[in-house]
Design a protein around this ligand. Structure first.
Ligand SMILES: Cc1cc2nc3c(=O)[nH]c(=O)nc-3n(C[C@H](O)[C@H](O)[C@H](O)COP(=O)(O)OP(=O)(O)OC[C@H]3O[C@@H](n4cnc5c(N)ncnc54)[C@H](O)[C@@H]3O)c2cc1C
Length: 222
C-alpha cells in the first residue's frame, strides 16, 4: 500500500485529548491487529509530514479507525488533525509494526500505547479467545483512560488501571513497579509492552529483574 487517499467519515473526541478518526478503507488494504501505518494530512504544507498511527479497527471491517492522542504544544501533525472535519482527506502509506498476538499473557500499556492492544483485544473477542489475557493500563488521570468501558466489559477483573497523578477509589495509584507487575500479571506467560520511551525502559528493566526471558517480551516504543 503506497500513498492511498482516504476520506474522513467521523472525527470526534474519545477523551479530552484523544481523537477517534474513522475513514473509508482502500480496496486491498490488509493488516494484522497491532500494526500501524504512516499517515499524512492531505493539506498544503503537511503532505511530507508522515506520522505512525495504529489501526484500532479489525482487518475485516469496511472502514479504518484510529485513536490519536493530540499534542497541541508540538505544533505538529496531531495538532493539525484537531482542525480537520468530515470529508477531509488523509493519506495512508506503508503498513508495519512490531506487536502481534503470540499467545496468552499480560499486556502493559502507557497512554496512547494502548492502541495496538485495542485491535488485538477486539480481534480476540470476535473469536471468543479473550481467555485469561490481562491488561495493565497506566495513565496520569482517570479522564485519560482510552475506551475504559469497552475494556471493562471485555476483560472484567483482567483489566487493571493504575493512575500516576490522581488518587481515586478502585484505581491503583502510582507508577508500574516490579511488585505491581508481580501482583497483577500472569507472571509465567508472555508480556506485551507499549508506551512512551521512559515507561518502556522502566518496565523492561522490571521484567528483567523478575527474570522474564527476553523472548517472552513483545514491545513497541511510541
Ligand atoms: C508504530 C507506532 C504506532 C503509533 N500509533 C499511535 C496511535 O495509534 N495513536 C497515538 O496517539 N499515537 C501513536 N503513536 C505515536 C505518534 O506517532 C506520535 O504521538 C505522533 O507522531 C506525534 O506527532 P506530532 O507531529 O503531533 O508531534 P511530534 O512529531 O512528536 O512533534 C512535532 C515537533 O514538535 C517538537 N516536539 C517534540 N516533542 C516535544 C515536546 N515534548 N514539547 C514540545 N515540542 C516537542 C519537535 O520539534 C517535533 O519535531 C505511534 C507511534 C509508533 C512508533
Amino acid at each position: 500500500m503506497k500513498n492511498e487517499p482516504v476520506k474522513i467519515k467521523i472525527i470526534e473526541h474519545n477523551t479530552h485529548d484523544v481523537l477517534r478518526i474513522v475513514t473509508h478503507k482502500p480496496k486491498g488494504l490488509d493488516f494484522t491487529p497491532g500494526q500501524a501505518t504512516e499517515i499524512f494530512i492531505d493539506k498544503e504544507g503537511w503532505q511530507n509530514e508522515g506520522r505512525p498511527f495504529t489501526f484500532t479497527c479489525l482487518p475485516n471491517e469496511d472502514h479504518l479507525e484510529f485513536m490519536i492522542k493530540t499534542y497541541p504544544s508540538h505544533e505538529g501533525v496531531t495538532n493539525e488533525l484537531l482542525k480537520l472535519k468530515e470529508g477531509d482527506t488523509l493519506i495512508v502509506n506503508d503498513i508495519f509494526g512490531a506487536i502481534a498476538y503470540k499467545g496468552e499473557g499480560t499486556f502493559i500499556a502507557g497512554g496512547a500505547g494502548i492502541t495496538p492492544f485495542i485491535s488485538i483485544f477486539r480481534n480476540l473477542k470476535a473469536h471468543n479467545k479473550l481467555g485469561n489475557n490481562r491488561l495493565i493500563f497506566a495513565n496520569k488521570r482517570k479522564k485519560d483512560i482510552i475506551l475504559e468501558e469497552e475494556f471493562k466489559e471485555m476483560l472484567g477483573n483482567n483489566f487493571i488501571n493504575i493512575l500516576s497523578d490522581e488518587k481515586t477509589e478502585n484505581y491503583d495509584y502510582g507508577r508500574i513497579s516490579e511488585s505491581f507487575i508481580q501482583e497483577n500479571a500472569n507472571v509465567l506467560k508472555l508480556f506485551y509492552v507499549c508506551g512512551p520511551p521512559p515507561m518502556m525502559d522502566a518496565v523492561k528493566k522490571q521484567l528483567e529483574q523478575l527474570k522474564v526471558d527476553k523472548d517472552k517480551i513483545v514491545t513497541e516504543e511510541f
